[in-house]
Design a binder for this molecule. Structure first.
Ligand code: GNR
Ligand code: NI
Length: 167
């Protein structure tokens, strides 16, 4: 397993729309292992393949306290959603920034697991927040899109210099 570099906003590669996975093979499972190591290694509760510059519809997440409940979602689809809730969200691609985002409070999701078997899960709380946040990454959306354009512009400038310093 290898920890991969996470793309930082405003990297234009974060705007790429990921393609559905068509083969679940060893190469894909290696990608999943790398994403898992990258997520745990950086302390995130989720990671979309987009964030490591791989534009396939793959998500890993673990919202458990003990960090021992890994969930892999391949080609995830939201079948139903309801309610409404706001949470302060963070993003590994936008370090040091939290944004309050209002989203459906629960979702019913269908996806393939790492063996290629279809499963469904009803998610709420942080799990629902995380899955929606990750699916947006797969669609080329970053949560900064929820900010007014003037604030997006300001943040882009701040992070462009902060990011360069860290590299
Ligand atoms: O680690 C993460 N924490 C988080 C907190 C609140 C809402 C969403 C998230 S996802 C984020 C990891 C990440 O950037 N995934 O794309
Ligand atoms: Ni994110």
């Amino acid at each position: 397993m290898t920890r991969r570099k996470i793309l930082r906003y405003p990297d234009p590669r974060l705007l790429t729309v990921a393609k559905p996975v068509t083969r679940i093979d060893d190469a894909l499972r290696r990608l999943i292992d790398d994403m898992t190591e990258t997520m745990y290694g950086s302390g995130g509760i989720g990671l979309a393949a987009t964030q490591i510059d791989v534009h396939q519809r793959v998500i890993v997440m673990d919202v458990s306290q003990k960090r021992d409940q890994l969930v892999v979602l391949i080609n995830p689809v939201i079948l139903a959603a309801g309610g409404s809730a706001s949470h302060d969200e963070g993003c590994l691609s936008v370090p040091g920034t939290t944004i309050r985002v209002r989203r459906p409070a629960w979702i019913q999701v269908q996806a393939l697991d790492r063996e290629g078997d279809l499963f469904e899960v009803r998610a709420d709380d942080w799990e629902a927040v995380c899955i929606q946040h990750e699916i947006e990454h797969l669609d080329g959306i970053v949560f900064t899109d929820y900010l007014p354009v003037a604030q997006q512009e300001k943040l882009r400038k701040q992070l462009a210099t902060a990011g360069n310093r860290r590299r």
